[in-house]
Design a protein around this ligand. Structure first.
Ligand code: ATP
Length: 979
């Protein structure tokens, strides 16, 4: 019955959707239906109306969304589109319920036809097909136009918010509520007698039999009814996003803060809803989709520039952790975070916020954060996350062409709460029990907070009771769009927890919210205010110094000679020549500590070398090698920096242009320069010299081939790589034949490696390098082109201005509507300017794409380089340093116990993921071209994890088997036998 009604509804909609349209009488439906093979009817019918569709596609779910604006409209459209397709299937397959345009009742009797009739019928079918195709095309065109219109609308909304005219809330504000949805985890054992989902897709009833023995739920009530904003049962990830998040994200681009929170029992699907299945693009959750929506919209905006920054916070046992902390490990004490109330709202002091320029970068951060989450196994969920996680995207919109100087800020807070079940239910002990009690406490504080927020009479809202509630102070209700997704199980055994989750959802649903966009602010003003503040503070310093008779004080970055002076002071202090180092300023203190660090690491290396030599541990050239290793790292860093600079100079022209425009708008004459000419550069050079280590007399200055690193060699070779052929002759004798030969100098060994074992990776490295260089060249020429266009635009603008002035001086003519009449020259100048603007925009897009390619290429090249070097290191160690018996032990079947990773696994790290990615490219990408960023970010993360895991295992292995690890954290891999 449902299904029949469903089809009728869809058919009606099909005709409603295109008013005035009626199928031409010449295209009857009957013959086609009559020819349909028996059985197709049923198949088509069921395919068109699965149970899921009944619940999801009910338009009332969409109506439940607070604002029927562009985003939610498109959600409805999406389902209408599906319905239309389904509807057309219904038209073909359900003759009993369909009438044609003339109202004739169709029949399923197959008429006997002559050949002529059949031909005619075929012709008619052809015509019908053509007609349908045309209709489809028209509809597509219409949809495209509507999409564009919506996009333009969104852009124009942002533009108007940014406009100079004071923005007033012209539409009366109607109090709204926090939206609450319920998502049921799919199950084969849905407790139909206990959980009843209403046909309105909003209500849910729970029936629990009163337990004769008494128990948790043993009061007089056995039935509960809840009415929320929507039920998501058997709903795809896409539909969940459309219903729950799309509007919030679209509004965030218009300056509204948005919050989406997943609450529910452990394992009920919070993480699945928020982040999604890790490996499948189709099953990605709200966060990856929100990232995609933002970057997609940003790319489509013509005049609005969107910048995005990301932070990822974890609250675990009432402690805050930065899941994206750059260098520090989780839980590191140095990384103290604190929730602060600032003038601009709540913020977490010390939490790293990362600017991201494209989707893949943002996804990479998400995946990185995900891998750092605390996962504690739990009887309810093997992958239970025992912490609350808050992924925040900070969005900033401003006008691209600087028609105004305002900036619109907003943030989207996406919260994945820890499981909400009661302690007894977790069946956990020890640490997990402690965690559960923390989680329970913070969730009950959250509940208290929600109750307080929902009560309009309450004056005090207990935000500060827990870290979670404090962090969420400005993210729940108030002026932001807040949506709660309550994840529940459908099974009978979880019904009590389901009941308590639904109570939480209802309370949340009572919380009022009055979403208003954040006030745009003047970037220029804030930069100016900061500059003034710096200026003032500098003056204050000067005054304090003169009062304290310290007129010699300077607060500029240190020069090379100043650094050298500090170094010599530190050395004197260590030798006891001077008693103390007098402290002058913060920069000097930092430099003193740095110098101490440099000296300590040098001494460590020296001591290590001496020990090796003294006890004859088999590494004759250890001194040279350790330096060679440090050189290697240094060279690598230097090369990366060089390449980074290349990219920046080539592709960064675009930013230069933007900056130029920025400066114009800021009215600054020239970009800020270092207070000391060449100061920073000099300081950096000084840095490098020092890092290469030791005093002049020591081996770092040595030019011997031993100290020459492979990466250095890579550099040289890259320069002359064009002439070099892959099929080079003179392949040296294979190392395999040699039984632990006396170590070759690394330089020679590297040459050998490139020609045999590392030949393929070396070829790939060169190929990547070549591609990167060509992209850089192209981006350089595009940047030049942009510059030329800009100059032309400037010239035309000037000419236009002159023309306008002339027109005004000569007196203006107006037409009957009062419009100023301009002459042909001015008109052609305007046209030319328009044309140039378009060219400028196109070149800009090209440059941006090239920049993304360069960035990606650069990453690829870096990876390739690292792999080449690490493989070389392993090969070198295996060939020259590991004795035969250890090599045997490392082979499969050798006496290394299971669980340890054979060395050859390390050499092929990442290959599996790469293969996976390539395979996936062949299959998934053609259907889903937008999934590239998702899979790339995923692959990067997987590779990183595999590498880290392998390294940890390898280190353990070395320790266990009496193999002495090289001292120092950053040592390259080497296996050394104990005497
Ligand atoms: N709607 C769904 N469709 C398919 N699989 C789901 C769905 N919801 C959850 N799952 C699966 O159930 C398992 C548990 O889900 P998830 O980890 O998201 O639960 P959780 O509520 O986040 O648990 P915890 O509180 O312990 O973190 C996962 O393997 C997930 O893939």
């Amino acid at each position: 019955m449902h299904q029949i009604l469903g089809i009728q509804l869809r058919i009606r909609r099909r005709f409603q959707h295109r008013p005035g349209h009626s199928r031409p009488a010449a295209v009857p439906l009957r013959p086609r239906r009559a020819l349909a093979p028996p059985g197709r009817r049923m198949r088509g019918h069921f395919r068109a109306r699965p149970e899921a569709a009944v619940t999801i596609e009910n338009p009332e779910v969409d109506a439940a969304m607070a604002t029927p604006d562009a985003a939610s409209d498109s959600a409805v459209e999406g389902s209408q589109e599906e319905e239309e397709q389904e509807g057309s299937e219904g038209l073909e397959t359900n003759p009993s319920s369909v009438s044609n345009a003339e109202g004739e009742q169709t029949s399923s009797v197959i008429p006997v036809k002559s050949q002529e009739q059949e031909q005619k019928q075929e012709q008619e079918q052809e015509q019908e097909k053509d007609h349908e195709q045309k209709e489809k095309d028209q509809e597509q065109e219409k949809e495209e136009k509507e999409k564009q219109k919506k996009q333009d609308d969104q852009e124009s909304i942002i533009s108007s918010l940014l406009s100079e005219v004071e923005h007033e809330g012209n539409s009366p504000r109607t109090p709204k509520r926090v939206l609450a949805f319920v998502r049921v985890k799919p199950t084969a054992h849905f407790a139909q007698d206990m959980i009843k989902l209403g046909s309105d897709n909003k209500s849910i009833d729970i029936y629990i039999q009163k337990s004769p023995k008494g128990g948790v739920v043993n009061n007089s009530q056995t039935e509960w009814s809840f009415k929320l904003d929507g039920l998501l049962h058997n709903t795809s990830q896409e539909m969940v996003y459309e219903t729950v998040a799309k509007n919030v994200v679209a509004k965030a681009l218009q300056g509204y803060n948005g919050t989406i929170m997943c609450y529910g029992q452990t394992g009920a699907g919070k993480t699945y809803t928020m982040t999604g299945a890790a490996s499948e693009y189709r099953n990605r959750g709200i966060i990856p989709r929100a990232i995609q929506q933002i970057f997609k919209s940003a790319a489509e905006f013509l005049n609005i520039l969107v910048s995005v920054r990301i932070s990822y916070l974890e609250i675990y046992n009432e402690s805050l952790f930065d899941l994206l902390a750059p260098a520090l490990g989780r839980g590191c004490k140095d990384n103290q975070l604190a929730v602060m109330d600032g003038p601009q709202g709540i913020y977490v002091k010390g939490l790293s916020i990362h600017p991201v320029s494209h989707e893949e970068e943002a996804l990479h951060l998400l995946f990185e954060g995900e891998t750092n989450r605390v996962i504690g196994e739990h009887s309810l969920n093997k992958n239970s996350s025992r912490s609350h996680c808050i992924f925040t995207m900070y969005i900033e919109c401003r006008s691209r062409d600087y028609t105004n100087h305002k900036c619109l800020k907003s943030k989207i807070t996406l919260i994945d709460l820890a499981g909400s079940e009661r302690l007894s239910k977790t069946g956990s002990e020890g640490q997990v029990r402690v965690e559960a009690s923390y989680i329970n406490k913070s969730l009950s504080f959250l509940e208290q907070l929600i109750i307080a927020l929902a009560d309009p009479k309450r004056e005090h809202i207990p935000f500060r009771q827990s870290k979670l509630t404090h962090v969420l102070k400005d993210s729940l209700g108030g002026n932001c769009n807040t949506v709660l997704v309550t994840n529940i199980y459908g099974e009978a055994e979880h019904v009590e927890e389901t009941l308590s989750s639904l109570r939480f959802a209802t309370r949340m649903n009572w919380v009022t919210a009055e979403p208003v966009p954040n006030e745009p602010f003047y970037r220029e003003a804030s930069v100016k205010a900061l500059e003034e503040e710096i200026h003032l503070l500098k003056q204050e310093l000067i005054m304090q110094d003169s009062l304290a008779n310290r007129s010699f004080m300077s607060y500029n970055p240190l020069t090379t000679s100043q650094r050298a002076e500090i170094r010599s002071q530190v050395q004197k202090y260590l030798k006891g020549v001077i008693e103390e180092i007098s402290i002058v300023n913060v920069r000097q203190i930092q430099e003193v500590f740095r110098q101490f660090k440099v000296i300590v690491s040098q001494q460590e290396e020296e001591v290590e070398c001496r020990l090796w030599n003294k006890y004859g541990l088999g590494r004759k050239d250890s001194a040279a090698e350790s330096e060679s290793n440090s050189d290697l790292r240094l060279e690598e860093a230097r090369e990366q920096q060089q390449e980074q600079e290349d990219v920046e100079t080539a592709a960064g022209k675009e930013e230069d242009l933007e900056q130029e425009e920025d400066e114009e708008t800021l009215g600054a004459g020239s970009p800020p320069t270092s207070p000391i000419p060449g100061g920073k550069k000099e300081a950096e050079e000084g840095d490098e010299k020092e890092r290469s280590g030791s005093p002049p007399s020591e081996a770092s200055q040595d030019d011997s081939p031993l100290s020459k690193s492979p990466t250095k060699d890579l550099d040289e070779e890259e320069e002359g790589s064009d002439q070099e052929s892959d099929e080079e002759a003179s392949v040296p004798p294979s190392v395999q034949d040699s039984q632990l030969r006396s170590p070759l100098p690394k330089q020679e060994a590297f040459e050998m490696f490139k020609k045999e074992a590392g030949r393929e990776i070396h070829r790939i490295f060169r190929e990547n390098k070549r591609l990167l260089i060509s992209r850089k060249k192209r981006s350089h020429s595009v940047a030049q082109r942009i510059k030329r266009i800009k100059q032309q635009m400037e010239a035309i603008k000037e000419a236009l201005e002159a023309q306008k002035r002339k027109r005004r001086q000569e007196g203006e003519y107006t037409d009957e509507d009062g419009q100023v009449i301009i002459d042909e020259k001015e008109f052609s100048l305007i046209l030319k300017l328009k044309e140039l603007k378009e060219k400028h925009r196109a070149a800009f897009t090209e440059l941006r794409n090239l920049k993304a390619e360069i960035q990606y290429g650069q990453q690829l090249l870096d990876k390739c380089r690292k792999r080449l070097i690490s493989e070389f290191e392993i090969w070198y160690n295996e060939s020259f340093l590991i004795p035969e018996h250890v090599r045997e032990a490392l082979k499969p079947g050798g006496n290394i116990t299971p669980g340890m990773i054979p060395i050859n696994r390390v050499t092929c790290l990442g290959e599996d993921e790469q293969d996976k990615f390539e395979r996936m490219q062949g299959t998934v990408l053609p259907d889903c071209p937008r999934s590239v960023s998702f899979y790339r970010a995923r692959m990067n993360m997987d590779q990183k994890q595999t590498f880290n895991r392998s390294m940890v295992a390898l280190r353990k292995m070395r320790r266990k088997h009496g193999l002495v690890p090289a001292a120092g954290k950053k040592k390259s891999l080497s296996f050394l036998p104990m005497p």
